[in-house]
Design a protein around this ligand. Structure first.
Ligand SMILES: *[C@@H]1O[C@H](CO)[C@@H](O)[C@H](O)[C@H]1NC(C)=O
Ligand SMILES: *[C@@H]1O[C@H](CO)[C@@H](O)[C@H](O)[C@H]1NC(C)=O
Length: 448
């Protein structure tokens, strides 16, 4: 096909975690249907799914389970950045380089565009002067895909990490600046660590912070799958920043089999009157930080006496179970692993740890939320969701049962949350994220 051969080859690379990889898989699926050829570097968990999209899968063999398990209590986002994302750079860089060389051998005359998940690690050394892959005179153009909130430095926004509410009074602006100053030594240490790693890979220019400005500045376009309504007002957006809207809902896979208890959900949904129908509360802690005593067990316990609710929990890993000593309440169903998009269309409240991917799935399903979680980027996601009017923010890694119940009742009792969720869904759907993403690719195509 003549059209197909004029399109650039896309080399996609993502950090090995679902929140970092899933969005680019969905985008790749769309672009492949549009005639693009894709080489996708990712962790082995994603191999089968990536191949099923029709992409060439390339393994990134970096393992981070042991590093994560060794994190000290209270390790924050900066710890993760230094010890996990930093450690991932050498392997990610080598695999990206090898992949770019392979693509050049297999397609000597085609333009290559790198689609880089912002924390996938492999690209940065090239941007800072490390030797180019064989067969390239210059670095291919880059689309940088960011999978969490906007985190670049901005003196008019709360500093990243603490989840401080957005309220730019003069006092708060001064407070935020003071906190940013206090964070300088830690961030300088992180940058020094990155500089050592980059230099060891041949980088010739030092990184000059702030860290997230560097990460968000890697691309000819930096793309976030969200809308301005879900972000605080950015005072000096980088001209390459593009908010494309949330990624659309996907149909469940054709071979998806609902769990054995699914008729409970459909039977409840089919009840004619809202007084008979139980309100479905869906609760998750995501796929990584799975200490169920933090959110899942307190939620099940707090809501256990509520005959008006049906609580569905997912444990986020196939084969996972709750401790034998924890009896599952009679109004609850606990699944080891459940696609959010299967259950969210039936949910009236979504209780979660404020992972960004899950949050956006809540938005795209029009479901109001109760968010806990303060680790990594979670406090910032929850603060924005609260600010946007779509969630109650519990501001706790381990919320109390009474707070969870109050949050659920607030969302159920105040129709404003549902209304806002439906508005935000419409706004995000209307953006047509996938169409916009393809347009950005087309803008970077070099025409003779
Ligand atoms: C990829 O991520 C999974 C899940 O966190 C982890 O178990 C695995 O060790 C990682 N790396 C590889 C190469 O599988
Ligand atoms: C793409 O980004 C690189 C690195 O920032 C820059 O050198 C190059 O000029 C950019 N190209 C375009 C077309 O913007």
């Amino acid at each position: 096909m003549a059209i197909k051969s004029n399109k650039p080859i896309l080399v996609v690379t993502a950090f090995n975690a679902s929140g970092h990889t899933a969005g680019l898989m969905q985008i790749s699926e769309y672009l492949i249907k549009r005639g693009f050829q894709i080489y996708f570097v990712a962790g082995p968990t994603f191999k089968a799914s990536i191949e099923a999209l029709g992409a060439v899968y390339i393994e990134n063999p970096f393992v981070w389970d042991d590093i994560y398990a060794s994190a000290p209590a209270g390790a924050d986002a900066t710890w993760d950045i230094k010890h996990i994302f930093g450690a991932s750079v050498p392997t990610a860089h080598r695999v990206l380089k090898e992949t770019l060389e392979r693509v050049r051998r297999e397609h000597p005359t085609r333009q290559v565009i790198i689609v880089h998940e912002a924390l996938s690690g492999g690209l940065g050394p090239f941007v800072y002067g490390a030797p180019l892959p064989k067969g390239y005179d210059s670095l291919p153009k880059v689309i940088n895909f960011h999978t969490t909130i906007y985190a670049a430095a901005d003196e008019n926004l709360p500093p990243f990490g603490l989840g401080l509410p957005y309220d730019p009074t003069p006092e708060n602006l001064a407070l935020w600046q003071g906190i940013s100053q206090q964070m300088v030594p830690v961030m300088t240490d992180v940058l020094g660590h990155y500089n050592d790693i980059y230099a060891s890979l041949g980088a010739t220019r030092p990184l000059v912070g702030p860290f997230f400005d560097i990460i968000l500045g890697f691309g000819n376009a930096t793309v976030m799958a969200t809308t301005p309504s879900l972000e605080y007002p950015i005072s000096h957006p980088d001209p390459t920043l593009r908010l494309i809207g949330g990624l659309p809902l996907k149909p469940l896979p054709a071979d998806y089999a609902h769990p054995a208890w699914w008729p409970t959900i459909t039977a409840n949904a089919a009840l004619p009157s809202s007084s008979e129908k139980k309100k479905l509360v869906f609760v998750t802690q995501g796929t990584i930080h799975r200490d169920y005593t933090e959110i899942i067990m307190p939620t099940l316990t707090a809501l256990s006496e509520r005959s008006d609710l049906l609580v569905v929990a997912t444990l986020g890993a196939r084969g996972a179970t709750l401790p034998d000593t924890f009896p599952v309440p009679s109004n609850a169903i606990v699944a080891d692993y459940l696609p959010y998009d299967a259950i969210l269309p039936h949910a009236e409240v979504f209780v979660s740890n404020a992972g960004y991917g899950g949050f956006m799935q809540g938005v795209m399903n029009g479901v109001p939320m109760v968010l806990a979680g303060t680790m990594a980027d979670k406090a910032e996601v929850a603060a924005r969701a609260e600010w946007a009017g779509v969630a109650v923010n519990l501001r706790a890694q381990r919320p109390e049962g009474v707070a969870i119940m109050a949050g659920v009742d607030k969302v159920l009792g105040d129709g404003g949350y549902k209304k806002r969720a439906v508005e935000l869904r419409a706004e995000n759907e209307g953006m047509e994220a996938l169409v916009r993403f393809e347009r950005i690719v087309e803008e970077l195509v070099e025409r003779e």
